[in-house]
Write a protein that binds this ligand. Structure first.
Ligand SMILES: [Cu+2]
Length: 138
């Protein structure tokens, strides 16, 4: 029993890694996010730098939400304010409850980790934060 356990785990891991790995090292040209009250799922997205990204979001929550990518190195402090707006890289606002939306944007050209927030009042505080990981395009 013990002899076969480790190899099965390794094979299982390999299959999981194979399923998750895209053609460009895990980076994907599409973002598919499910939004609830008050979370993004998944809460981390890896995209290739400078590429056209197709965006789709489904709001399964009971209230309106948004998906706001901040500029590189910028972090919203305690809550989203007017002062944060000039530091937005890209945003999809007013995603209504029960609504699914699609859009597209060009990923940042600079690799790094970008903060994603919901700018609706109180939602950042409630934990609506995610991250966009931009990796050098292959
Ligand atoms: Cu929200």
């Amino acid at each position: 029993m013990k002899k076969t356990f480790l190899p099965s785990v390794l094979i299982g891991l390999a299959l999981i890694l194979a399923a998750c790995g895209g053609s460009s090292g895990g980076a994907s040209k599409s973002i598919n996010v499910t939004i609830t009250d008050f979370a993004f799922s998944p809460n981390s997205f890896t995209v290739p730098a400078g590429q056209q990204i197709s965006f789709s979001a489904a709001n399964n929550g009971a209230v309106q939400h948004s998906f706001v990518i901040m500029k590189l190195g910028y972090h919203v402090q305690t809550h989203f304010t007017e002062a944060d707006k000039p530091n937005v890289f890209w945003q999809k606002l007013a995603i209504q409850p029960g609504q699914s939306v699609t859009d597209s944007f060009t990923a940042p050209t600079e690799p790094g980790e970008y903060e994603i927030v919901c700018e609706v009042g109180g939602h950042f505080e409630a934990g609506m934060v995610a991250k966009l990981i931009v990796v050098a395009a292959p």
